[in-house]
Write a protein that binds this ligand. Structure first.
Ligand SMILES: NC(=O)c1ccc[n+]([C@@H]2O[C@H](COP(=O)([O-])OP(=O)(O)OC[C@H]3O[C@@H](n4cnc5c(N)ncnc54)[C@H](O)[C@@H]3O)[C@@H](O)[C@H]2O)c1
Length: 450
């Protein structure tokens, strides 16, 4: 469901693209494709990462998005992929072939990512595994001194998000999260417009996704020979194998994902929070209520809600945020974020554009602050070298991910969840009894809190 559906986005922004926003609030570097160097002053004093100033990288999780990230990073001359790791050998051949084509040598192939992390020459890794593996992959990579391009949402549950943020801070690692919308022109423009106060006082934000994915019904079977299903389950409960619970579909299962709220909410709620914040340190709600359920696809094996409405209160800033998972929005994109002002204007942004509407729905003039898309993957590489904070720093997207977990906690506990940002803590016990707060790790797996 959550995929790059704009073909110009993930793969086309190679070194030939001019990448770099004018605004310092979302971007801190500008990259010169001619010389393959960043043009900020800090960049000029960068220390080489590897002997030849190439970043040596490894990929954990050769699925859809892991492979897409690897290909985007391979566009840059100062990266070399040396290793790939997956627990399903059937998923690796394309990535192995691609690495051979580009670098003229085979990558080292791993089944156990911890063995890959032992390689001293690897500077950075991609975490492209399903959400239930992110926390362990990332914390172990931090311990091994690697920098990380980590897919979103940062974690499967609330407690894991906290442990990941603590590990990153403890080991001072650079972590870019895969919320690439932060690097695209339309979202940057929209956020800058709101932050500049051009829409006036915002009283309401509304984010949504139309969800129509069908998983069907299946009976448990024997896993394919290529897949180490036990390790694929990792810290999550090991349920009987079904193909429609594993690759890609794990996101619709609460054992391994958080439904569309963590899958797409982390993108669209992120934009609302960024617009309403001064910088990457995001405003967070004090109170979250969610109503919904598995009401549309009752004959389907998914167990995450397919229909819901979350209402989040931000009393310090006097606005309300609603998050919807629903079938469709006639005359609207299937996903998007609206900012609604006290005087009745709406700024709407989605993957591909942004508009301002008056109270009657008539489009109003607007101006763009951004010359063109930036490049999320280049920003990661530059920050690894400069040690500056990337555009989707783990702590910031950890805040958005936490908001998504609060929404699910409210849904599955049936209680309003109160939250205190100063302590990054749920107030009282509301929602703590849900899987979205904390999971029971399987024997052999544990979550370290630094
Ligand atoms: N940023 C985006 O726009 C975007 C889009 C799609 C997916 N994603 C995110 O990317 C991540 C992967 O999603 P996907 O759709 O590619 O999933 P996927 O199921 O297609 O791929 C995940 C891969 O990880 C492998 N894997 C599982 N456990 C592993 C382990 N312990 N070690 C090594 N490999 C392991 C699986 O075998 C599989 O090949 C998710 O976090 C998802 O939310 C982000």
């Amino acid at each position: 469901m959550d995929s790059f559906n704009n073909s110009s986005r993930p793969s086309a922004n190679g070194p030939s693209a001019n990448i770099g926003f004018g605004s310092p609030s979302l971007a801190n570097l500008s990259y010169d494709p001619e010389t393959n160097t960043a043009s900020d002053p800090a960049a000029r004093t960068r220390k080489p990462v590897s002997a030849n100033n190439k970043l040596v990288m490894g990929l954990i999780g050769c699925g859809g998005m892991g492979a897409a990230n690897m290909r985007n990073l391979m566009e840059f001359d100062d990266v070399e992929f040396a290793a790939v790791c997956d627990v399903d050998t059937a998923r690796m051949p394309d990535d192995i072939k691609k690495i051979e084509e580009v670098y003229g040598k085979k990558p080292e192939i791993f089944h156990d990512y911890r063995k890959m992390l032992e390689r001293k020459d690897i500077d950075a890794i991609i975490v492209g595994s399903p959400d239930h593996w992110h926390a362990l992959n990332l914390i172990h990579a931090c311990e091994a001194g690697k920098d990380i391009y980590c897919e979103k949402p940062i974690s499967h549950n609330f407690v894991e998000a906290q442990a990941m943020m603590a590990a990153q801070a403890h080991f001072k690692r650079i972590v870019q999260v895969g919320t690439w919308q932060r690097s695209t022109r339309e979202f940057h423009d929209a956020i800058e417009y709101i932050r500049a106060g051009k829409l006036g006082k915002i009283t309401h934000c509304r984010a949504w996704i139309a969800d129509g994915a069908r998983l069907g019904n299946q009976q448990p079977t024997t896993p394919p020979a290529s897949l180490d299903y036990d390790t694929w389950c990792g810290p999550a409960e090991m349920k009987p194998y079904q193909q429609n619970r594993t690759h890609f579909n794990w996101r619709y299962m609460r054992n391994t994902g958080g439904g569309l709220t963590t899958d797409w909410g982390v993108h669209m709620i992120d934009i609302a929070l960024l617009g309403m914040s001064k910088d990457q340190d995001l405003v967070m709600p004090t109170s979250v209520t969610t109503i919904g359920g598995k009401w549309a696809f009752t004959d389907d094996d998914r167990d995450a809600a397919d229909s819901l409405e979350s209402i989040m209160q931000f009393p310090d800033q006097n606005f309300v945020l609603t998050w919807s998972v629903l079938r469709d929005h006639p005359k609207k994109e299937g996903h998007g974020t609206d900012f609604i002002s006290a005087d009745g204007r709406t700024l709407r942004v989605w993957r591909g554009g942004w508009i301002i509407l008056d109270a009657e729905g008539k489009e109003l003039p607007k101006e763009s602050a951004t010359p063109q898309d930036s490049n999320h993957w280049r920003n990661f590489l530059d920050c690894v070298k400069s040690r500056e904070k990337p555009r989707s720093d783990l702590h910031s997207v950890g805040q958005t991910t936490t908001v998504c977990h609060l929404s699910n906690m409210a849904l599955y506990s049936g209680k309003t969840v109160k939250f205190d940002k100063s302590k990054m803590s749920v107030v009282g016990n509301n929602g703590k009894d849900t899987l979205c707060y904390q999971r029971q790790y399987r024997k052999g797996y544990s979550l370290k809190k630094y």
